[in-house]
Design a protein around this ligand. Structure first.
Ligand SMILES: [Zn+2]
Length: 95
């Protein structure tokens, strides 16, 4: 019985600090919201050059993971893009 106990203890005493390292999770840099970073930045739906940064080549609105915007500003971006589409500054779709 004592032998069994010792073997179990040896297995648990392994130093496995290095097992915590997983290359999938290394150095994820958090993006800073471009609108929060620049306080003078005013999102203007009448300025297509500015809004174009937030749509892809198909004309779709980029997701937060691509724009890096915070929830509040992503909402503002979405509204600005939709307004710009309505006044024909931006396309609804491109093939
Ligand atoms: Zn923001």
């Amino acid at each position: 019985m004592a032998d069994k106990k010792n073997r179990k203890n040896n297995r648990n005493n392994n130093n496995n600090n290095d097992d915590d390292f997983n290359p999938r999770f290394k150095k994820i840099r958090k993006k800073v919201c471009p609108l929060c970073a620049d306080k003078n930045f005013v999102l203007d739906y009448k300025n297509p050059d500015q809004i174009k940064k937030f749509i892809n080549d198909k004309g779709k609105i980029l997701p937060r993971r691509a724009t890096g915007a915070c929830a509040k500003h992503q909402r503002d971006i979405t509204i600005a893009v939709k307004r710009a589409r309505q006044i024909a500054m931006l396309p609804y779709t491109q093939e």
